[in-house]
Design a binder for this molecule. Sequence first.
Ligand code: PLP
Length: 356
Amino acid sequence: MPSKYWSDFVQGLDPYVPGEQPKQQDLIKLNTNENPYPPSPKVVEVLNQDAVKLLRLYPDPSNSLLKTAIANYYNMDLGNVSVGNGSDEILAFAFQAFFKQRLPILFPDITYGFYTVYCGLFDIDYTQIPLADDFSIKLSDYQRENGGVIFANPNAPTGIGKSLQSIEVLLQSNTESVVIVDEAYVDFGAESAASLVGRYPNLLVVQTLSKSRSLAGSRVGFALGSTVLIEALEKVKNSFNPYSVDRLAEAAAVAAIDDVAYFEQCCAKIIKTRQWVSEQLESLGFEVLPSQANFVLIRPTSISAPELFTQLRQHNIVVRFFKKPRIDAYIRVTIGSDNEMIALVDALKEILLQRR
Ligand SMILES: *Cc1c(COP(=O)(O)O)cnc(C)c1O
């Protein structure tokens, strides 16, 4: 309830609403794009008694071990890396560092919900560019004067990715403002723009360990960019919370990044499961958008999306429904384990059969 103690600013805030984290344990949870597989066993090893004892000390404010692990993985210098408490925090720093401009920033009409939330929080003007009819991002529509550009690749909640070449074409013409590529899902089959960082000083690539490295509960994200952009991000970070990545989170993140084999195995399994479940869903009559992410956006044809959401919930399966124009005929389903996807397909068959 609004109160007289609230500032006008807080009265006007429109916060992000995360997908539900239900208390019920036996649910099949396919609503927030978490990884069905646990973090690397190396993470368990480093979160030991010694690590706990070290908690009496503040973390390294420069998180240099974590930055080194990321820089090694992407073949970059430490000065091209910044880390934060989840990529949501990196995005918050980036919006403040680069997007408080005279001209509106540009992003797709259908994309990650936090972009409009941060524009509200930081008082940033924006223009939403409609996705094409096939729900892909049309980057040529972004070639106009702007205060910055941000898009997710692959996009959420569509799962549809953009080619590296099309991103480079945008960067070649858009040199006067910062372009942020939010790569939360890039490891599930899209191509990272990290390789372009050396050539485009206005490119910021943002990634997270929440999805492809199974560390959503730990909150670690990072940005890759020119030293000029990274310096600005760190200025904002150090004006807000120099210790945003804590010791346990840093240790876990380093172990997860260094275990490349485990990471690649998990991503490959999810991609394979996505292919299987996409075929199953299509044969059940669903429209399935072509996904390069760890989720699929699907449109049922013989039942409405909200109705399907409710029925799945009765089968103890939680998915995501967005009550928003253009996508309210769809539900988003996270790719879970093979067994979870088999249970999903079985439940869908039952639900559709009952309606005949
Ligand atoms: C999940 C997600 C994020 C945020 O991830 P963190 O858990 O905050 O690291 C950012 N962008 C998109 C598009 C996402 O889906």
